[in-house]
Design a protein around this ligand. Sequence first.
Ligand code: MG
Length: 270
Amino acid sequence: MKRFCLALLTFCTLGATAFGQQQYYDYRTGIDWNEPAVVTSGETPANAPSDAIVLFDGTNLDAWEGGPWDVADGVLTVKPGSGDIATKQKFGSVQLHLEFATPPAEGEGQARGNSGLFFMNHYELQILDSFESKTYFDGQCGSLYKQFPPYVNPCKAPGQWQTYDVIFTRPILKIEGEGESAKVTEVIRPAYITALLNGVVVQNHFALAGDTFYHVPPKYQPHADKESIRLQDHGNRMQFRNIWVREIPDSNVTPVPRRLPYYADDPANQ
Ligand code: MG
């Protein structure tokens, strides 16, 4: 049997050579891609990469309007009743890092350690104390508010720092009319959110059905291609630190090739 297998292997090897092995060349798309920029990552995920826009580095609220909330000892704390804060700069599709800690547990459900991270001022990724505290599942921490619960609950206890790392893709909306009479007549592409809470995936490329309202079903509302990122004052003394954002390309639309695909090392191309 052993001898037969060896003979078969020899035959096949010789056969491949005898009948000519398939010649492979180095396929290229023919697209002139731009060279990806060199970015220096932070020492830890909390540290902003070299091309990030730092929204809060522990010192001041210069990047924000609204509130104002309290800044002390490198930490931003919600001042209940002062209102939400929103970035002065407007953003479309982004990668965002943020750290938060919930205050000592008081109240239940939506009344305990509530804030919210709104992309484009419209789409809320819930921030809530969901550590051993229950509420409706599509309203707990890591949910896309009243649209989809987090896959799992990796929340930490009050006072412990927790991290959000989020990839948000802006929606593309067809809007007709202006001002008060503006209407979304077509959702060309929905907004998408992928989110890691404390390093654990809680949302994966979720297609938002529209604005994350409290009182009505989700529905897209007219807005610009770039809007503020907003943090919610929901009456609790939530803490934040290390907030940074990176603008990411708006789409993955492939450029039109300037030439047909080709084989880089095919002698016929030389
Ligand atoms: Mg909230």
